[in-house]
Design a binder for this molecule. Structure first.
Ligand code: SDX
Length: 396
């Protein structure tokens, strides 16, 4: 039998509330002994077998394979399957898929000035509304999304120029098919290979902001389309995937390597961020920058741009060493990603969504892994707001 606590009759709702005796303001919440790390810097928030970012030694492994070897010996299709399934299959292929009709209708409705990242996010969102992918996310869902996304972005790019979209050529690779649908002609094989290498390099990078966003959304048992839309939103920021486009304008602003020293010092003194440098995890040269620099050096008519970029890079690294001696700031992936993306003929505002196309593989792999962990991601926060107090009496 439950006993009801001995309670005085509850005052009627309209009885005047007697001034409660002033409560001693409780002391501020106890400082928790748990460490607080702004931006979760250095916090281990998941266990993953998908990718290993060895920040101290500048190493990157996808399911144990070093990024340099994957670029030399792999294709994006094989690397995507490796990330999704954990298996290296030589026969794995990923061909560009047609844009589903509901997605194409939505792309036709977008204003021409739409930011390409917003266009890609819209395409994924409409795919989710149409396809209704169930939780848990599957390799098939990841494959389907990764295969049509380049076609959707290319279709948007043509529509915003007043051109009709081009159907994908299934004989081409995903990267080659993307270039073909952008221009309407089959790409130079060297450019297709260079972009495929970029896709491999951009495919996965541990718990970066966009992948973490994807995992948080999956951890609530939400669907893959919602998770990828969130990830695209995170990647859009200039501190994350928006950097390579800024690298191009930065180098344009610097003009010649002779102006680099002054430009860099002034930028750092203003507190500006030099795009293409620094990283939350790497305290060494980003192995992806090295891989993409090699790819760019093999591209036709990039020699002059690269010559300036390499000289400016040397100046930036030297000045960082002098002005920020306590923080190892090295070149990151975006610096030479800008060279490759420009070299295959993409306009700078397509750099971030092209990065998103590449990262679809890693996002999908992490979504699948998070679903199998099936643990809601919900960190705590240290409350630093006002101590408890009463709402002022009515009329005050
Ligand atoms: C990507 O996480 C990932 O893996 C991301 C990514 C992936 O594959 O998913 O690798 C892709 O996002 C690469 C990074 C692309 N972004 C840029 O190139 C933008 C420029 N970089 C910076 O904004 C910065 O380096 C970050 C954001 C990338 C990392 O910054 P952190 O680790 O949060 O370091 P911080 O901002 O706390 O900076 C520490 C100090 C600061 O100096 P103080 O104010 O303490 O004196 O270093 C300075 C910063 O000012 N600093 C820079 C700098 N990077 C760090 N100063 C100028 N220019 C920079 N680029």
């Amino acid at each position: 039998m439950t006993t009801t606590p001995n309670k005085a009759a509850a005052p009627s709702v309209d009885a005047p509330v007697a001034e409660a005796p002033a409560k001693p303001a409780p002391s501020a919440p106890p400082k928790t002994e748990r460490p607080y790390s702004p931006g979760l810097e250095g916090v281990i928030a998941a266990e993953t077998a998908v990718g290993y970012v060895d920040g101290a030694n500048g190493r990157l492994l996808y399911r144990g394979y070093p990024i340099g070897q994957l670029v030399e010996k792999g294709t994006y299709g094989r690397v995507a399957e490796l990330l999704w399934t954990g298996e290296w299959r030589k026969s794995a292929k990923l061909v560009p898929a047609p844009v589903p009709d509901p997605v194409m209708c939505a792309l036709h409705e977008l204003p021409r000035h739409t930011h390409p990242m917003d266009a890609l996010r819209t395409a994924v969102s409409v795919w989710g509304a149409w396809r209704r992918p169930h939780w848990p996310p599957t390799v098939d869902q990841a494959r389907e999304l990764t295969a049509f996304a380049p076609s959707a972005l290319a279709a948007f790019h043509r529509l915003r120029q007043g051109l009709e979209p081009v159907a994908p050529n299934p004989k081409l690779s995903l990267a080659g098919g993307f270039l073909q649908q952008l221009t309407g002609v089959d790409p130079d094989p060297a450019n297709a290979r260079a972009l495929d290498a970029y896709f491999i390099v951009g495919a996965e990078h541990g718990l970066n902001a966009s992948t973490f966003t994807c995992r948080v959304i999956i951890s609530t048992r939400s669907d893959l389309a919602s998770a990828i839309c969130g990830a695209i939103g995170a990647l859009k920021g200039p501190l994350h995937g928006g950097a390579p486009a800024e690298v191009v304008s930065q180098l344009h602003e610097i003009g010649s390597p002779d102006h680099a020293e002054r430009w860099v010092r002034e930028a750092i003194e203003r507190g500006d961020r030099i795009m293409g440098f620094g990283h939350r995890v790497y305290r060494a040269y980003d192995p992806r920058a090295a891989a993409l620099r090699k790819v760019a050096e093999g591209m036709s008519d990039m020699a002059e741009w690269l010559d300036v970029a390499v000289k400016v890079e040397d100046v930036v690294l030297r000045v960082f060493g002098e002005l920020k001696p306590d923080r190892v700031i090295k070149t990151n992936v975006e610096y030479y990603a800008a060279a490759v993306l420009q070299g295959v003929g993409l306009p700078p505002d397509l750099f971030p969504p092209t990065f998103a196309l590449a990262r679809m593989a890693g996002w999908g792999a992490h979504a699948i892994e998070q679903a199998s962990a099936d643990k809601l991601i919900r960190p705590d926060a240290r409350y630093v707001g006002p101590a408890e107090m009463d709402v002022p009496a009515l009329g005050h």
